[in-house]
Design a protein. Structure first.
Length: 203
C-alpha cells in the first residue's frame, strides 16, 4: 500500500510539472518566432495579435514536450529494477504524460474540437483526428510495453489502481485549472488570432 501511494503521489506531482513544461514548450515556440509570450499554470498567452500560422507553430511546442517526456520516461525506466526509486520516478513520468496524450485525444474527439492541437495539424492540411489517433497509439503502445516488460499482472486490483492513477492525474490538472482561471488568466491580455478568433477573452 505504501508503494502504491508513493507512485500515485508522484504521478500527480509529475502531472503538474509536466503541465507547466507543456506550457513552457508553447512559449518557446512562440518566442523562436519573435512573438512575446507568457504562461500561467495551464495556459500559454501570446502577448500580441498573431496569425493562424503563428498560433499553429506555437501550439506545436506543448504536445511535443509531452511526447518527448513519455519517450524519455520509457527509455530510462528500462534501466532500473522494478519498484526501485529511479524506476518509480521514471514510471511516473511515463504514466503522467501517457495520461495527457490519452485524455487530450479522448476530450478532443468527444468535444469535436481539437483546440490548439487542431491548429497545429492545420499547418499540414489535416484536422485533429490523425493527431488524436497517433497520440493514442503512442501512449497505448508504450503503456503495454511497460506492462509486459516488467511483468505487471493484469488483475482487477491492478486495473482499479491504474484507473485511480488516471483519475488522480485528472484531479490534479482540474485543480490547477480552477486555480488558474480564478487567479491568473485575467492578468494576461486578450489578443486576436488572424482577426477571426479571440484568445483569452475576459468575459
Amino acid at each position: 500500500m505504501k508503494y502504491r501511494l508513493q507512485l500515485l503521489s508522484l504521478v500527480m506531482i509529475i502531472g503538474v510539472i509536466s503541465t507547466l513544461l507543456h506550457e513552457a514548450g508553447h512559449c518557446l515556440f512562440y518566442r523562436v518566432q519573435g512573438i512575446p509570450a507568457g504562461m500561467s499554470l495551464v495556459m500559454e498567452f501570446p502577448l500580441i495579435d498573431i496569425t493562424a500560422k503563428q498560433y499553429g507553430i506555437g501550439s506545436f511546442g506543448g504536445p511535443l514536450v509531452n511526447v518527448l517526456l513519455v519517450i524519455f520516461g520509457y527509455y530510462f525506466v528500462r534501466k532500473y529494477e522494478k519498484k526501485s526509486r529511479q524506476w518509480t520516478i521514471f514510471s511516473a513520468i511515463l504514466l503522467a504524460n501517457a495520461f495527457y496524450l490519452i485524455f487530450r485525444s479522448i476530450l478532443g474527439v468527444a468535444k469535436h474540437d481539437g483546440g490548439e492541437i487542431e491548429s497545429m495539424m492545420n499547418l499540414v492540411g489535416l484536422n485533429f483526428y490523425p493527431a488524436a489517433f497517433l497520440f493514442l497509439i503512442l501512449a497505448l503502445l508504450i503503456l503495454v510495453s511497460w506492462i509486459r516488460m516488467f511483468k505487471i499482472k493484469i488483475s482487477l486490483g491492478n486495473i482499479s489502481y491504474f484507473v485511480l492513477l488516471f483519475v488522480s492525474y485528472l484531479v490534479a490538472i482540474i485543480l490547477m485549472e480552477a486555480i488558474d482561471t480564478n487567479y491568473f488568466w485575467k492578468k494576461f491580455p486578450t489578443i486576436t488570432i488572424e482577426d477571426v478568433r479571440t484568445h483569452n477573452p475576459h468575459h
